[in-house]
Design a protein around this ligand. Sequence first.
Ligand code: HEC
Length: 134
Amino acid sequence: MPSGKSDVKHFSYKVVPALVMFCFCATTALAALKVVGTGNETRFDPAEIPVNKRQSFQLMESRCTSCHSSERLVIAIQSGIAPITGQPFDATSAKVFVKKIASKPDSNINEVEMKEILDILNFLLIKQSASKQP
Ligand code: HEC
């Protein structure tokens, strides 16, 4: 049917770009990282984490809060500054830092987990910096 074909064409030329624009804007608007809890208990809102990254997020939370509060992670990622030493906290320094922590036997972080933790930290850092764009 010729008319059916042109309907499909109309959909792809007009509606699809509109949908793409909508998704782009919606993603940008949702980019700010929300937190839940207060004080020492402050943590990233798990609802902010895509379903396919939730497991890594939980792993990071369980490993990285065994010695100190989750608030420390939130401050480091939100401010881009490691709160104790005042050093920059970005993808590069996070890698060095997590490697150092993972090398401590009492951190209980193995090689595979270290990569998974770095992956989710980078995701959070990117999401955080995206939320600062005007
Ligand atoms: C074995 C215990 C331990 C584990 C596990 C641990 N940390 Fe720490 N972390 C520390 C100690 C000790 C400090 C130094 C400051 C202090 O004395 O509290 C610190 C400091 C930090 C700082 C501030 C660093 C600075 O230079 O200001 C950040 C950010 C941080 N940790 C994030 C993490 C992340 C992310 C993880 C998970 C990969 C993690 N920590 C796991 C013990 C730990």
